[in-house]
Write a protein that binds this ligand. Structure first.
Ligand code: SAH
Length: 391
């Protein structure tokens, strides 16, 4: 890799990098090479000019995203090495099998590749870049994916770049594949459309939570709100739920849920899929359901929106707590990174108080092993959930 410049840190501001925190904030920088442009590889040094590591430079609060720690510069094979390591973690956690062929191969900071997301849908890899550096390196990344997966006997036929902004176009970096694609998750089938779908086409982060829900669904009357692809609905039905209703504000999501029910052998006319706002839907449904899933989109993407988000989570949970049948179970989630586990917990407590019901916590849920979090970068934890028993 060509290293375009050097960044030196202020005295006393190098602790976090020494502790493998992957972000260098602009306030920690003493000097930077003038000619640096967004996406350049840089060498990061402490105030005594000792090399701490290498990463991608970008103007902004986070000025460098560290990719390598130590004094050895990144070779041309850096992405191969890192993706190979990431794959080893997935293989180690036993999540790839004849029943599951969709998983997150690279989860940004958690895999030592800040700014990079790679999701694998059987034989198609979807790449997302959350930094200019990763955007610029996307072709190298695609080649590395192809090579590493071929070597591991999990060959890909295509690598698709899914853009986050209008400025760059989504495109196939290697090969081509038709959408939608059918993937397997714990033996359940799902259509995935990375070209049109939200995120990379599927919410892989709920896989293990869906599985747990399935185990509790037998004989129950289930409401899956914010259902998107109907993931939780299919698992509930596969485990003999008596009835499942799926709700999403998006017509497209509801069409997809219907298709996924049919794909798995269930009738969407019996197990209704409703395009509606969740709050409206909940209004007149007192004591109809004994299992409710609340998996809303991130109510807050930034700190400024946190207060409003907390109010949203509180209202949503209080409504569900009020109308669930006695002895009912709620799976409640927040994927807002700025609402941490404690704040989410406190919000659920206040929703319980507002609903005025006796409630027990059965489980604390999180993102699965293919969305790992670096111990030194707690900001990487975003998915939090609670399983509640409402007396
Ligand atoms: N539970 C899903 C992921 C949910 S993503 C899964 O397991 O895959 C969040 C979904 O909430 C999106 O599909 C979005 O269309 C929907 N949504 C957003 N606001 C909503 C609202 N007010 N009422 C109902 N659905 C909403």
């Amino acid at each position: 890799m060509t290293i375009s410049g050097i960044i030196t840190l202020k005295q006393g501001r190098d602790h976090s990098v020494k502790r493998f925190h992957p972000w260098v904030f602009s306030g920690a920088i003493q000097t930077a090479t003038d000619s640096l442009v967004d996406g350049d590889w840089v060498e990061v040094k402490d105030s005594k000019m000792r090399t701490l590591g290498f990463g991608h430079f970008q103007k902004g609060t986070i000025s460098v995203r560290m990719i390598l720690f130590g004094d050895a510069p990144p070779s041309g094979l850096i992405f191969q090495k890192k993706i190979k390591k990431a794959l080893a973690v997935r293989l180690e956690s036993n999540l790839i099998s004849e029943y599951t062929n969709a998983f997150r191969l690279v989860h940004g900071e958690g895999d030592g590749l800040p700014g990079l997301i790679i999701d694998l849908y059987h034989d198609v890899a979807i790449v997302q870049a959350h930094s200019v550096g990763m955007l610029k390196n996307r072709t190298l990344v695609a080649e590395a994916i192809k090579e590493v997966l071929a070597e591991a006997n999990l060959p890909v036929t295509a690598v698709y770049y899914k853009s986050l902004t209008e400025k760059t176009e989504s495109e196939y970096l290697l090969g081509m594949a038709a959408v939608p694609h059918v993937v397997l998750e714990h033996g359940n089938k799902f259509y995935v459309d990375w070209e049109e779908g939200q995120k990379t086409g599927f919410f892989l982060d709920q896989r293990e939570n869906r599985n747990m829900l399935g185990e509790m669904a037998k004989g129950k009357s289930v409401l899956n709100t914010f259902c998107y692809t109907g993931g939780f609905s299919v698992y509930a039905l596969q485990n003999e739920a008596e009835l499942v209703h799926s709700v999403d504000a998006s017509e497209k999501a509801i069409a997809l849920t219907r298709k996924n029910l049919i794909l798995n052998g269930y009738d969407p006319n019996v197990h209704e899929c409703v395009a509606s706002d969740t709050f409206d839907f909940l209004k007149d449904k007192k004591e109809v359901y004994d299992l409710i899933i609340l998996d809303p989109p991130a109510f807050a993407k930034h700190k400024d929106a946190r207060h409003q988000a907390v109010k949203g989570y509180q209202r949503l949970n209080a409504e569900a707590m009020k109308m669930i049948r006695p002895g009912g179970i709620i799976f409640t989630f927040s994927c807002s990174q700025v609402v941490d586990r404690q704040l989410f917990y406190d919000t659920i407590v206040s929703a319980g108080i507002q609903a005025g019901r006796q409630i027990k916590i059965l489980h604390h849920l999180a993102q699965p092993a293919d969305h790992p979090v670096s111990l030194y970068h707690p900001e990487g934890e975003y998915l939090k959930g609670l399983v509640l028993y409402v007396e």
